[in-house]
Design a protein around this ligand. Structure first.
Ligand code: BJW
Length: 228
């Protein structure tokens, strides 16, 4: 069985990573146009760096939860027949044991050089304007995908969705494209589709089945069911 799992901020919520659009989410004190667009970075790089530097630091204080661990257990059984596509820029899937993870919206622990386009592993701050370790240019930005930019790995994602038997969406509001359209793409290609989310997402009606509750409970239960 080929499975594609799409994850969003909700899967990391019980680890203590805030979501975006929920009450007390990341955007409560920010308008997304002020921090999550290339225009915002151009206009106010220090504000944007502060926002992402704080989130990078906060990663040190959180741990994967049972939902991340359950997906790693699923990978142990399915190997290359499982692809986890995450919209999250945290590293909790990897720390939970998953290795086949595609970060379509980039990664906090990576910096992108606006000079040479190189991507470098990054654990410190970017707000003190360090030079690129590859080309020396001072022009590093968070290696994340903002509105109006093209997500990473789209060819690989669409190929996996096109041959999937099962598509599962976990902890995402379905408010952001192209990820919000994956359910229709997978269903058209013949996959069964399942939503696991705290509450019905914007696209809940598009799924063959939807289960609602916390990911740290729903995901281990679903993986247990699938593995018999
Ligand atoms: C729990 C839980 C628990 C809580 N257990 N669940 C008009 C129509 C259609 C599209 C567009 C349009 N105008 C513009 C567009 C395109 C645009 C877009 O979608 N805009 C929307 C506003 C409509 N998209 C883009 O620009 C994208 N690029 C693009 O389309 O390029 C063109 C192209 C595509 C493909 C091929 C070729 C060309 C880029 C989008 C980039 C999004 N970037 C961000 C920031 C990343 C960096 C960062 O992290 O700061 O990505 S925005 C933000 O939203 C972040 C997230 O990954 C993304 C999705 O959020 P997510 O994960 O769903 O979080 P929430 O908070 O929304 O939801 C959490 C859910 O969890 C909730 O449902 C809770 O109930 C649930 N939950 N606790 C289970 N314990």
């Amino acid at each position: 069985m080929k499975v594609v799992v799409l994850t969003g901020a909700g899967i990391s919520a019980e680890s203590g990573v805030p979501t975006f659009r929920d009450a007390d989410g990341l955007w409560e004190g920010h308008r997304f146009e002020d921090v999550a667009t290339p225009e915002a970075f151009e206009a106010q790089p220090s504000v944007v760096h502060r926002f992402y530097d704080a989130r990078r630091t906060a990663l040190l204080a959180v741990e994967p939860n049972p939902a991340h661990v359950a997906l790693a257990r699923l990978e142990e059984h399915l190997g290359d027949d499982l692809l986890v596509v995450t919209q999250n820029i945290d590293d909790l899937h990897e720390r939970g044991g998953s290795t086949r993870v595609l970060h379509m919206h980039g990664e906090l622990r990576s910096a992108l050089c606006t000079g040479c386009s190189g991507r470098s592993e990054w654990t410190g701050d970017l707000g003190d304007y360090p030079p690129c370790p590859r080309c020396g240019v001072v022009g590093l930005r968070p290696d994340v995908v903002w509105f109006g930019e093209v997500p990473y790995g789209m060819d690989r994602i669409l190929a996996a969705l096109g041959t999937a038997d099962l598509f599962v969406s976990i902890g995402t509001s379905g408010a952001v494209y192209p990820a919000a359209g994956f359910v229709q793409y997978a269903a058209t290609a013949g996959a069964r589709t399942l939503e696991l989310n705290l509450v019905p997402s914007e696209g809940t009606h598009l799924f063959d089945e939807a289960r609602h509750g916390p990911a740290a409970t729903l995901v281990p239960a679903w993986v247990g069911e699938l593995l018999g």
